[in-house]
Design a protein around this ligand. Structure first.
Ligand SMILES: C[S@@+](CC[C@H](N)C(=O)[O-])C[C@H]1O[C@@H](n2cnc3c(N)ncnc32)[C@H](O)[C@@H]1O
Length: 285
């Protein structure tokens, strides 16, 4: 494994930046917290929290404000989505770092909590995240936690949830109106995202020595379901040109499916979103 390239560069555009910010607020609303409630940080001396692949740094900024006594470190392979320094909370430091780079010496056994969210893309090409997980574990203090948030990618059919205006007219949208599920599978295949590995994060946590490991899965409730759908649609629209540049055939198929998704929503009242999950584990104290 190893990647000095920054494939995400093609995504780091204004629509992507605003989509990522919007998505952050949806996750925050969904869990009513940035940090899963099972993670106990109160009373920890010299509290240190890190966010890797932080993007716009909103999670890190909010957590730094929530824990003014903590030192918070945010990092990413590219800091262009991050706010200007004067806008950052005083207890938040930002550093350029790829998780395929060597561990900075001052980050060994440094953190009480490491957070990551939505990082399947950096592992494109079906890369195995295990060596990176081991790296993260070595950056935790004894008793420290990892919280890794992702959509439930493994089985597009199960991970995808549908909501319909008229369940009598459309009793099984997973079968009759599944363009959304199909486009998801197409994206995973085209970018070679390692969905099988990401389904095993909790197993990999245990193999890396973490305990108290939980996969907390949440279906977006009605209050945010439509908003997650809008995000999902915007992501697909934004991905189309990237798909087309990778494979003309996949791009054409994705365009057809996207049209179908819109039709399903507007004509048949069928919407789709994904199950979200937070994978939490703790280094033995
Ligand atoms: C989908 S965004 C998620 C950003 C943020 N975590 C969030 O939830 O909004 C993926 C992020 O991974 C970053 N990234 C890509 N490759 C990386 C790498 N090798 N190391 C660290 N971050 C990387 C990208 O720059 C981008 O900010």
């Amino acid at each position: 494994m190893g990647s000095l390239t920054d494939e995400y560069a093609v995504w780091r555009t204004a629509p992507d930046a605003s989509r990522l910010c919007y998505q952050h607020f949806l996750w925050r609303e969904l869990y009513k917290s940035n940090i899963h409630p099972s993670i106990k940080l109160t009373g920890k001396p010299d509290l240190r929290i890190a966010e890797f692949a932080a993007g716009h740094c909103l999670w890190a900024m909010q957590v730094a404000e929530e824990f003014p006594e903590a030192r918070v470190d945010a990092s990413d392979i590219d800091l262009n989505l991050c706010p200007p320094k004067p806008e950052l909370p005083a207890n938040l430091s930002v550093r350029k770092w790829s998780f395929f780079d060597p561990i900075p010496e001052d980050w060994r056994e440094a953190f009480d909590l490491i957070h990551l969210r939505l990082v399947v893309q950096p592992f494109a090409g079906k890369q195995d995240p295990k060596p990176v997980i081991e790296k993260f574990v070595s950056m935790l203090k004894p008793g420290g936690y990892i919280q890794w948030d992702e959509y439930d990618y493994a089985d597009a059919d199960k991970g995808h949830v549908y909501s319909v205006n008229d369940p009598n007219a459309i009793p099984d949208p997973r079968v009759s109106h599944n363009a959304s599920t199909k486009i998801w599978q197409l994206i995973m295949d085209t970018f070679q995202w390692p969905v099988e590995h990401f389904d095993k994060l909790s197993t990999y946590y245990r193999e890396a020595g973490l305990v108290d490991v939980h996969d907390f899965r949440t279906r977006p409730p009605p209050s945010v379901f439509r908003a997650f759908y809008e995000h999902w649609y915007a992501l697909n629209a934004q991905l189309l040109p990237v798909m087309e540049s990778k494979s003309a055939a996949a791009g054409a198929e994705a365009r057809k499916l996207l049209t179908q998704i819109k039709h399903d929503a507007q004509q048949n009242g069928v919407y789709s979103a994904h199950i979200t999950k937070m994978v939490v584990g703790q280094k033995p104290a």
